[in-house]
Write a protein that binds this ligand. Structure first.
Ligand code: HEC
Length: 101
């Protein structure tokens, strides 16, 4: 008797806590969204230009049954991932400020 009461009370208090902690940071974690959805059917997704990526994600949005939030998160995630390694940006010309005096 007492045990069941305590147990149900625990459940009632614990559930909202669990639910909250999952949604604390960002509503949708792009990395998670990508892995949970795209990796279901693809081992690794090839990288395309941002324009193509947008089309692809819109198409996969239907295939993967993504929410609008997930779609946007994945789109940003994929488009932010540079196609080429963008390590060196300050090489080449050390562009001096061309301000006209
Ligand atoms: C339900 C399974 C499924 C899911 C989930 C899925 N795809 Fe696909 N994807 C496919 C299939 C099947 C194709 C082949 C083209 C077609 O028939 O649509 C494809 C094709 C592609 C292509 C073009 C071909 C290639 O392999 O390079 C890309 C890029 C792609 N998917 C990216 C994604 C991304 C990004 C996600 C996550 C948002 C995703 N897919 C989620 C099934 C899926």
């Amino acid at each position: 008797m007492k045990k069941t009461l305590i147990f149900s009370l625990l459940c009632l208090t614990a559930l909202p806590l669990l639910a909250q902690s999952r949604h604390k940071k960002t509503p949708v974690d792009p990395d998670d969204a990508y892995k949970n959805n795209c990796m279901r059917c693809h081992a690794a997704v090839q990288e395309y230009s941002p324009a193509k990526t947008a089309t692809i994600v819109m198409h996969m949005h239907v295939r993967a049954n993504l929410t609008e939030e997930e779609t946007q998160a994945i789109l940003r995630y994929l488009q932010d991932t540079p196609v080429k390694p963008a390590a060196k940006q300050h090489t080449e010309k050390p562009e001096t400020n061309q301000t006209t005096d």
